[in-house]
Design a protein around this ligand. Structure first.
Ligand SMILES: Cc1cc2nc3c(=O)[nH]c(=O)nc-3n(C[C@H](O)[C@H](O)[C@H](O)COP(=O)(O)OP(=O)(O)OC[C@H]3O[C@@H](n4cnc5c(N)ncnc54)[C@H](O)[C@@H]3O)c2cc1C
Length: 434
C-alpha cells in the first residue's frame, strides 16, 4: 500500500507553509483542500483589505509586494497562487476530508483509486471509527509522542461526490475555522434572507438590513451597505462596538451612528428572526455580553489595529468583562460610548420588532470540532484541540494541528501572521522522527 509521509488537510496559508516545509525536507506529502486554493481568503468579501501588512502574510520566504500598506484580498489570492507555482506544491483541490482514522500498518488495505461513491476500501464510513485513545472525549488526554505503529486512513469526497481513501504516517489538520459560523440559536436563523457571510452591498440597495455583531465584520459591512443605499441597523449585545475595530474604520462607523445614518441597538439580543423582521430583547448583562461564551461568541485579538472582519468576540473584551473592567483605557478605546444615533436598548414593550429584508449574523466562526473529535482528538474547555504547544502534536500520536484549527473558541488568537510558522515546526518533528 502506498503510505505518504504526511497528508496536510487544508490549503490555506498554514497548510501551504507546512507543504513548503515538507517539500524542502524531501518528505512525500499531499495537501487536500476541499475548495479552491486558500478557500477562506477566496470567500472573504471581495473588497476586503487585510489589517496586516504584506510581509506578515508571507510564507516560504517569498516576498509579498504590494503598493499598499495593507494588502487587498485580490493581492493575497495572487500571492498565494504564485507561491504554489514557485514551489510547485502538490495539492488536490475540491477534495474534502470527511474522516481521519487509524489502522495498524499490517492491516492496511492500500490507497484506493477513485471509486464510485460507495466508499473506499478500508475507509471508515465517515461516522467516526477512530481507533485508540481520545475518541470523542472532550475531557483532555495526553499529547502524543509519535510512538504508535499505525497509519492514518484519510477518507475524502470530491466536489462531484467521488470518494477516495488515502494513507499517511502523519496528518496535519490545517482546516482553519471559517467554514463553521457560530449560530446564535434563535428561531428563523435558517430563513433564506439570513446570512452568516457578507459579500457585496449592491443586492441590498433600498433594503432594510439588520446586522448582528459588533466587530469589524459588522462595522465594515454596515458602512458598505449604507453607502450602497441600504437602510442599516446594527444590533450588538454589548454596550458599545468592540475595541478591536480597525482604527481607520472606527471614526467612520461611530460618526455614521452618531449622525443617525446607520441605526444601532446596543445591549440588545435577537430572540427571533421572521420573514420580514427581527425581534429584539434587552440583553441582561450588556457589559459582559461580549465575553459570554455562547451563543454569539467569537474570536479575540489583542493588537491595537483590530481584529479581522468576521471575528466576532474579542478576548481582551472578554477578559475585561470577566474582571468587571469593561471600560478600556487605551486611546484606541476612547470613543466606546455609543453615538447619539445609537441607543441603549430600552424596550418599550416586551420586545422590539425591527423590519428586515436581509439579516447578517456576523457572529464569528469555529473550527470543525466534529472532524477533529472523530479522529480521536481531545478538546479542552475552550474547544481547542489538546496539543503540545512546541510540536503541535495532539493526543493522537502523529496527528498535528496547525493555524486557525488550534484556536477553539479563541479564533482571534491565531492569524496568518502566527499560524504560518506552525507547519515548519511540525515538519521538523516529522522529519526528525523519520
Ligand atoms: C474576514 C477576515 C479577515 C482576516 N484578516 C486577517 C489579516 O488581515 N491578517 C491575518 O493575519 N489574519 C487575518 N484573518 C485571519 C486569517 O484569515 C486566518 O487566521 C487564516 O486564514 C488561518 O489560516 P489557516 O490556513 O489556518 O486557515 P484557512 O485560511 O481557513 O485555511 C483552511 C483551509 O482548510 C480547508 N478545509 C477545511 N476543512 C477541510 C476538510 N475537511 N477537507 C479539506 N480541506 C478543508 C478550507 O477550505 C481552507 O482552505 C482574517 C480572517 C477573516 C475571517
Amino acid at each position: 500500500m502506498s503510505v505518504r509521509d504526511v497528508i496536510i488537510v487544508g490549503g490555506g496559508p498554514s497548510g501551504l507553509s507546512a507543504a513548503i516545509a515538507a517539500k524542502q525536507r524531501g518528505l512525500d506529502y499531499q495537501v487536500l483542500e476541499q475548495g479552491v486554493l486558500v478557500n477562506s481568503i477566496y470567500r472573504f468579501p471581495p473588497q476586503m483589505v487585510f489589517f496586516t501588512t504584506p510581509e506578515l502574510l508571507e510564507i516560504g520566504g517569498l516576498p509579498f509586494v504590494s503598493p499598499y500598506e495593507k494588502p487587498t484580498r485580490a493581492e493575497a489570492l495572487k500571492y498565494y497562487r504564485k507561491v504554489v507555482d514557485i514551489y510547485d506544491l502538490q495539492i488536490a483541490l475540491e477534495e474534502t476530508v470527511v474522516s481521519v482514522s487509524r489502522e495498524h500498518e499490517s492491516g492496511g488495505s492500500g490507497e484506493s483509486g477513485w471509486s464510485d461513491g460507495s466508499g473506499g476500501p478500508g475507509g471508515s464510513s465517515g461516522s467516526g471509527g477512530s481507533t485508540g485513545s481520545g475518541g470523542s472525549d472532550r475531557s483532555g488526554g495526553s499529547v502524543g509522542s509519535g510512538g504508535e505503529n499505525h497509519v492514518f486512513v484519510v477518507e475524502t469526497r470530491s466536489a462531484r461526490g467521488v470518494r477516495r481513501v488515502r494513507h499517511a504516517r502523519n496528518v496535519v489538520m490545517a482546516i482553519g475555522y471559517y467554514d463553521h459560523p457560530v449560530m446564535i440559536g434563535v428561531p428563523g436563523e435558517d430563513l433564506p434572507h439570513v446570512h452568516h457571510y457578507y459579500g457585496e452591498p449592491h443586492p441590498h440597495y433600498r433594503q432594510r438590513v439588520v446586522i448582528v455583531g459588533g466587530g469589524n465584520s459588522a462595522a465594515e459591512s454596515a458602512l458598505e451597505m449604507f453607502r450602497a443605499g441600504a437602510h442599516v441597523t446594527i444590533v450588538h449585545r454589548a454596550a458599545a462596538l468592540k475595541s478591536t475595530i480597525k482604527y481607520w474604520v472606527r471614526p467612520d462607523i461611530e460618526n455614521r451612528i452618531k449622525e443617525g445614518s446607520i441605526a444601532a441597538r446596543f445591549g440588545a439580543c435577537v430572540t427571533a428572526i421572521r420573514p420580514t423582521s427581527v425581534v429584539l430583547q434587552e440583553c441582561r448583562d450588556a457589559r459582559a455580553a461580549d465575553g459570554a461564551r455562547a451563543p454569539a461568541a467569537g474570536a479575540s485579538r489583542s493588537r491595537a489595529d483590530g481584529a479581522s472582519a468576521g471575528l466576532a468576540e474579542d478576548r481582551m473584551d472578554r477578559e475585561r468583562a470577566e474582571a468587571g473592567t469593561s471600560q478600556p483605557s487605551g486611546p484606541e478605546d476612547g470613543a466606546r460610548v455609543p453615538g447619539e444615533g445609537a441607543r441603549e436598548f430600552r424596550p418599550s414593550g416586551p420586545a422590539e420588532e425591527l423590519p428586515a429584508d436581509a439579516v447578517y449574523l456576523l457572529t464569528g466562526y469555529r473550527a470543525d470540532a466534529d472532524l477533529l473529535c472523530r479522529a480521536g482528538v481531545a478538546l479542552n474547555d475552550r474547544e481547542a484541540p489538546v496539543h503540545d504547544p512546541e510540536t503541535f502534536e495532539t493526543n493522537v500520536p502523529r496527528l498535528f494541528v496547525a493555524g486557525g484549527a488550534i484556536a477553539g473558541v479563541d479564533t482571534g488568537t491565531i492569524f496568518i501572521e502566527n499560524g504560518r510558522f506552525h507547519g515548519e515546526k511540525i515538519v521538523e518533528v516529522i522529519a526528525r522522527r523519520g
